[in-house]
Ligand binder design. Structure first.
Ligand SMILES: [Zn+2]
Length: 338
């Protein structure tokens, strides 16, 4: 559904394979990895949890919506476009809010509102000023649920952005293998990532690389590293593979609607390389499409399992060609969101 903060009590009602099924509210359940839960005893669930006052405020970098609650409850978030909204459902909450303080320090949030959409589901709606989602992060500060909203940069220019680059796989995790040669995906992901870094630096663009060597790096480590680094956008580089050797081409992936445009503008430029279009894919459950904190895009450059694509991947000038197209795709995106 999305990421959830720690130390939230949920009742386990069933189990399926590696997941527990937890009851969120009367009509809603969720799946959560068994390793992510810790059992507590002698817990008496509350019949009602009331919401209280809110504060909407800003600091130098972010806007915040802080929603008072009697205890930490599970929640989910959705990105809406046209109009641009962040919608947060708090499960098990009943409205007792009658006070929303709105400070002048707020810059990106246009309006906040709430609705009791079910007896025990409280919906928070945050309207944003800009059409583009720049990301948000939800966490608990004591018992208040806080939505931290990233603002659109005042001067929107690629040189004012910090771009994170993620080279997929690495170390013992080799990724896909070539169709005819013994080439490993991890090496070709890194080649392109390094080329991107070089290209961005030459143009005065700040970057962050999740890895710049052939090392083992798990998805949780990558995610936490990126959360700390707080980039403006993330580009993940992978190469595709299919059991059918005829499948070929470039594809870009997003999970949340608010981040779709970036993946579209990059794909549009990538197909200029005369690669087949394997399309723009939405709702994709890839770990690094999961963060809501920054717009992110997975680029599956070409198919390692296709002979024609493999030839392109092996061509020494290919990483530079790909880099130029990704750079142009990001520039196109900036032009469109301005
Ligand atoms: Zn991969």
């Amino acid at each position: 559904m999305t990421y959830i903060d720690t130390c939230i009590v949920m009742q386990v009602v069933d189990s399926l394979n590696d997941d527990y099924i937890v009851q969120l509210s009367k009509y809603h359940k969720a799946f959560i990895g068994k390793t992510n839960l810790q059992q507590i005893s002698n817990y008496i669930p509350a019949n009602y949890t009331l919401t209280s006052s809110w504060t909407v405020y800003g600091d130098e970098k972010y806007d915040y919506v802080s929603i008072g609650l009697e205890r930490k409850l599970p929640y989910r978030s959705i990105q809406q476009i046209n109009p641009t909204q962040i919608v947060v459902d708090i499960f098990g909450a009943t409205s007792n809010t009658n006070w929303i303080t709105q400070m002048k320090s707020v810059k990106e949030i246009r309006n906040v509102n709430y609705e009791q959409i079910e007896d025990d589901v409280f919906r928070v709606t945050i309207d944003l000023k800009h059409p583009q989602h720049w990301g948000y992060f939800i966490f608990y500060k004591k018992k208040a649920l806080v939505v931290r909203v990233k603002r659109q940069p005042e001067k929107l220019n690629i040189r004012n952005l910090k771009i994170a680059i993620d080279a997929g796989h690495g170390g013992s995790n080799t990724g896909a293998m070539g169709a005819s040669n013994i080439i490993k995906e991890k090496d070709y992901n890194l080649k392109i990532a390094k080329e991107l870094e070089k290209y961005f630096h030459r143009r005065g663009v700040k970057t962050f690389m999740t890895r710049n060597k052939d090392i083992d790096l798990g998805m949780v480590d990558r995610t936490l590293m990126l959360r700390k680094e707080d980039p403006d956008i993330l580009i993940s580089i992978h190469h595709n593979s299919a059991s059918n050797p005829n499948v070929s081409g470039v594809s870009t992936y997003y999970r949340y609607l608010g981040f779709r445009l970036l993946s579209e503008t990059i794909l549009k430029r990538m197909v200029e390389l005369k690669l087949n279009s394997f399309n723009n894919i939405g709702g994709f459950n890839f770990a690094l499409n999961g963060p809501t904190e920054y717009p992110n895009c997975l680029v599956e450059v070409a198919f390692m399992s296709n002979l024609e694509d493999e030839k392109r991947i092996l061509y020494p000038a290919f990483p530079k060609q790909v880099t130029k197209k990704i750079y142009k795709g990001i520039k196109d995106w900036i032009k469109e969101v301005k």
